[in-house]
Design a protein around this ligand. Structure first.
Ligand SMILES: Cc1cc2nc3c(=O)[nH]c(=O)nc-3n(C[C@H](O)[C@H](O)[C@H](O)COP(=O)(O)O)c2cc1C
Length: 335
């Protein structure tokens, strides 16, 4: 029995501790889900239902790729997986969610992935709610390549989508984002204002490499390492106490200590995928042990007490703190 209180609240859910499995293939089968629960995952995010699956199932088309208005439709469609390549069709996905809910007692967070628009998307969110999801995470994974599209209109689209989702479902809604916004604090605050219950920071972008033999782009999926953590720590520290939404860290948590840093910066929960894929589900229980050890060593009785201890909440102007830190870092080189 731990002598400290590791409990936390995320999206209004009471969790035993902050460590949980993020969206990954491990949650695409019941054995994986049970293993995660047995290893102590405080909650679980299911692998995503993708926007392309939803629109394809509904209309036979992938959103934004209509043969009627795009003469090179077939070529554009080619790189997408066929519907049979996804673990489940949308209907099966909802059914699977029901089975997961029946199989485990930890909170289950469903996940939608893409750039939402239209009724099909909202209906998928509602069906996830009806299937028993305790919350919904929406991953806005998008690389905007249209030079005519200004940042403001991309952001307005996200805000509209979240507003509509909030009107359509009653379960809590978390938004998983990329760090690549000109003014991330602004979009975070706007999401908070339209009712996002959580912000999940940040998406990793899987950037293709170039094969020099074939002169082709090749997909690369490398698991993350701790050096990706610091970008997340910075933004957690900046947002802590400035938004009502709860904050989830995803990306670069390779050890329990990385998770402890995330909580000190302001995270309510720490999601892990790469570390779980690398070490197995037991990574999560080891991480909780490291958290307890840290708390005992630093006489910190509750997670609430440690959360945000190393944030920028007391800084009147986080921007000048960041600028001063930048200059100090450069000046310290070689000393
Ligand atoms: C193999 C694999 C599958 C993933 N599947 C999903 C997914 O279905 N939906 C999603 O939002 N993120 C997905 N992710 C991203 C993870 O949830 C997580 O945000 C990312 O890997 C960063 O966390 P990490 O550094 O702990 O790996 C996936 C990641 C990996 C490695």
């Amino acid at each position: 029995m731990a002598s400290v209180d590791t409990s936390t609240r995320y999206l209004g859910l009471h969790l035993r501790h902050p460590f949980m499995a993020g969206a990954s293939p491990m949650s695409a089968h019941l054995d994986g889900v049970r293993q995660l629960e047995d290893a102590g995952s405080a909650a679980i995010v299911l692998h995503s239902l993708f926007e392309e699956q939803i629109t394809e199932a509904q209309s036979g088309r992938i959103h934004g790729m209509d043969p009627a208005d795009d003469p090179v439709f077939a070529a554009r469609l080619a790189p997408f997986p066929r519907s049979s390549d996804y673990p489940f069709e949308p209907e099966e996905h909802f059914e699977y969610l029901r089975k997961v809910k029946a199989a485990v007692s930890i909170p289950v967070i469903a996940s939608l992935n893409g750039v939402p628009s239209g009724r099909a998307w909202l209906s998928a969110a509602r069906q996830m709610e009806q299937a028993g999801a305790d919350a919904l995470e929406v991953n806005f994974y998008e690389v905007v390549t249209n030079p005519a599209l200004p940042a403001a209109s991309v952001e307005n689209h996200i805000i509209r989508a979240v507003t509509e989702l909030k009107r359509s479902i009653r379960i809590p809604l978390a938004i998983k984002l990329s760090p690549f916004f000109t003014a991330f604090a602004n979009i975070a605050t706007r999401l908070d204002e339209v009712g996002a219950d959580g912000l999940v920071m940040f998406n990793r972008f899987y950037q293709p490499d170039i094969d020099l033999e074939t002169s082709r782009a090749i997909p690369v999926l490398e698991l993350s390492r701790s050096d990706e953590l610091r970008l997340r720590l910075r933004w957690l520290a900046i947002l802590h106490g400035r938004v009502r939404a709860s904050l989830a860290l995803t990306g670069g948590v390779a050890t329990g200590s990385d998770g402890v840093k995330g909580i000190l910066a302001g995270a309510h929960v720490v999601q892990s995928v790469s570390a779980v894929l690398r070490h197995g589900a037991s990574f999560l229980s080891t991480a909780v042990e490291e958290l307890v050890a840290w708390m005992e060593q630093h006489q910190c009785a509750t997670v609430e007490e440690m959360r945000g201890r190393v944030s920028l909440l007391s800084s009147a102007d986080p921007s000048s703190f960041e600028r001063a830190n930048y200059i100090r870092t450069l000046h310290h080189w070689g000393r």
